[in-house]
Each structure stands twice: as structure tokens, then as C-alpha cells.
Design a protein around this ligand. Structure first.
Ligand code: DP6
Length: 356
């Protein structure tokens, strides 16, 4: 095992949440995905995390969310640290103080695992450098993505800005199940580099079935093979759509993936649904406005009842007005979070407050 310095050090990172258009659903081994997925990082929905180390014979950690101890997260963090142990020798001889905060409302129904595990993985990657005996100073994004994946699969894609691909896909030989890769600027039409995403908070309550439990139901799912094939084809199609800047095809594919994800939940054993009546009503209204009024809008969904409205930046004004009239009444507390494709994680200065 490589040598490491026993010192006190601090690393602070901000990392975004992301929205997958081709969905990761089902995994095996140590969080390896059943299929490739493609997502973009958000700009406004981010987690900020600071990790400080101090030499100790009793390695361990203490975690605070928004300044308060949150024992509910301890098990997830402990499992994560065990998984990444062999990559980070300094963990053997240091105690970690971990502080975190999210810019999006807690329990808003927005998955925070992608941004939080990615921010934590970025801090640990930097600490690995600071504790190592080597001269190396450049951040290793592949290591950060690999570590993030072990915390939460979707977090592997959050260590970059813009669009990313995670999972082995024959059309890209650098792709891997172990980590995500950023898609190059030349691979994405400028329209999709500034894509807008407004998140309709239909029902911000706690989900009845977690994503982790949902992934497990893919192990014996009757449509497992067909799903893998569908995701591979959709990965190929989406890469072509993003390059060509084809909005109609983009909406069709994004909606097909979102509804397939929910279809897989409904057809698993046991079966379940996370859709709310207002999720379906919003879907009808979005499709009707596109069909009858030619509004360039479409939707995606994660494993929950919220609807992610997708639209081009240059139509922002018109669509916001329509959204206010047609979709806002369907949201709990009329809450909509407006977001867009973001530039990715950034290092914070060590004395910057996390909630600034
Ligand atoms: C529906 O990454 O939250 O958002 O790996 O068990 O932590 P774990 O699951 P998670 O699953 C996300 C699933 C999804 C689709 C996606 O983001 O690709």
C-alpha cells in the first residue's frame, strides 16, 4: 500500500445533482450498472461538503448536515467509507469531520445522493492527494467518479459539468462501468448545452420505495434483458440526437426512458408505483401543449412523482408563462425549482462558509 502522511488537512467541494435522460436502473457487484446511462449536471441544485482530517488511532467520522448531527446518514457514509478504503490509505489513520449542506430544500423529493456522494468523493480525492507522499497536484476525475459511484451509482456522473456517460457502451471504447466520462463539447449541439430543466414538485413526501430497493428488483425482472437492450439502443440514439440538436427526437426519447423506468417499477415483483395523479395530469398537459400549440417542451422523471420539464433556453420566457398557468397548480405548495445544465463541481476555499 502507498505511503501517506499523517497530517490534518481540509478539502471543500461543491457538486451538482444530475438528471439522467437514459436511466441507470439495475446494478450488480459493487455498484456496477446493468446498462449505460447519459445525464447532464444541474446548475442550481448542488451540495457543498467540507471534510477535515486529523491523525487518529481510531479512524472514524462525524457527520453534520446544515450544522446539525444527522445520525440517519451515518450508516450510508460508513458503508461508503468501507467500500473506498482500499483506494484511500489515509483513512486507516485519520478521523474525518464531514460537514454538508444542500441548496435545494431537504425532503423536496430531489435525490440528494448524486450531489452529496459526488461532493464527498471529490473531497476525499483531494485529501488523498494532500496525504500522499507524491508530488502530484492535479485532481484525478476518474478516481473521483469511481469513488462517487461506490457511494451512489448516479453520483459517478456528477463529478463533471455538462453531459456525461456512465457505463460500458461499445460505441465509445473509453467508457466504463467503473466511472463516468464527460461528453466533449463538440459532441453536444449548443442548444443542448444550455438546456433548461424546471422541476415540478408534485409530491415532496418521502418515497415509499428507495432507488436502491428498486434497483434490486431488476435482478429477477422479467423484462431485464429487454431493458438492457433498450438502454443500449437509446444511448446510441441519444448521442446522435445531442450532436444533431434534434428537439422532437430528444423529447420522444426522454419521455420513453422516463415512462419505461416507471413501467419497470410497475411490472416488478412486488410491483409498485411512485406516480401521483398530478404526475399523470402534468404529462397530459405537456404533451397536449406540444401537440396543439407547438410548444417545444418535454419531460423526464426520476424514481419519484416529480416531473422534470425540459425545454430550450431561448424559449424560456414563453414557456415559464405557460408553466405558471398550466403546471404550477399541480405542484404541492405551487413549488417549481428552475434549473439548467451546469458547469460542474468547483473547489471551495477552506474558510468559505458552506451555505454562502
Ligand atoms: C432513477 O444512484 O440513487 O435516478 O446507486 O442505489 O444509490 P444507488 O441509486 P441511485 O439511482 C438513481 C436512479 C435514477 C436514474 C439515474 O439517475 O440514472
Amino acid at each position: 500500500m502507498t505511503k501517506h502522511k499523517q497530517i490534518s488537512a481540509t478539502a471543500s467541494w461543491e457538486s451538482p445533482s444530475n438528471l439522467a435522460i437514459v436511466k441507470y436502473w439495475g446494478k450488480h457487484g459493487l455498484q456496477e450498472p446493468l446498462n449505460p446511462s447519459i445525464s447532464f449536471s444541474l446548475a442550481a441544485a448542488v451540495t457543498r461538503t467540507r471534510v477535515s482530517t486529523r491523525p487518529s488511532d481510531q479512524p472514524g467520522f462525524s457527520f453534520r448536515l446544515n450544522g446539525a448531527e444527522k445520525a440517519g446518514f451515518n450508516e450510508k457514509i460508513a458503508t461508503f467509507l468501507e467500500r473506498v478504503h482500499s483506494h484511500l490509505p489515509f483513512l486507516q489513520h485519520h478521523f474525518l469531520q464531514i460537514d454538508s449542506c444542500n441548496t435545494f430544500p431537504h425532503s423536496s423529493g430531489i435525490a440528494s445522493s448524486a450531489s452529496s456522494m459526488s461532493a464527498l468523493a471529490l473531497c476525499l480525492t483531494q485529501l488523498h492527494l494532500l496525504h500522499s507522499d507524491k508530488e502530484e497536484t492535479a485532481m484525478d476525475s476518474v478516481l473521483a467518479s469511481t469513488l462517487a459511484r461506490m457511494g451512489s451509482g448516479s453520483a459517478a456522473r456528477s463529478v463533471y459539468g455538462g453531459w456525461t456517460l456512465w457505463g460500458r457502451y461499445p460505441g465509445k471504447k473509453e467508457s466504463s462501468d467503473m466511472y463516468a466520462l464527460p461528453l466533449e463539447e463538440a459532441e453536444i449541439d449548443p442548444d443542448f448545452r444550455s438546456l433548461h430543466n424546471s422541476i415540478l414538485l408534485i409530491d415532496p413526501g418521502q418515497k415509499a420505495v428507495s432507488s436502491t430497493a428498486g434497483h434490486a428488483l431488476m435482478n429477477h425482472h422479467p423484462y431485464r434483458e429487454a431493458r438492457v437492450e433498450q438502454a443500449q439502443k437509446n444511448t446510441e440514439r441519444l448521442l446522435a440526437i445531442l450532436k444533431a440538436g434534434e428537439w422532437d427526437d430528444f423529447f420522444e426519447l426522454a419521455e420513453n426512458e422516463a415512462l419505461s423506468l416507471h413501467g419497470l417499477m410497475m411490472s416488478s415483483t412486488p410491483s409498485y408505483t411512485l406516480l401521483h395523479p398530478n404526475s399523470l395530469e402534468a404529462i397530459h398537459r405537456i404533451r397536449r401543449a406540444r401537440r396543439e400549440h407547438g410548444l417545444p417542451i418535454g419531460f423526464s422523471m426520476d424514481a419519484g412523482p416529480n416531473i422534470h420539464l425540459l425545454y430550450p433556453a431561448h424559449e424560456n420566457k414563453k414557456i415559464r408563462t405557460w408553466m405558471q398557468e398550466e403546471l404550477q397548480p399541480l405542484c404541492a405548495d405551487k413549488a417549481i425549482l428552475h434549473d439548467q445544465v451546469g458547469t460542474g463541481p468547483r473547489a471551495l476555499t477552506s474558510n468559505q462558509a458552506l451555505d454562502e
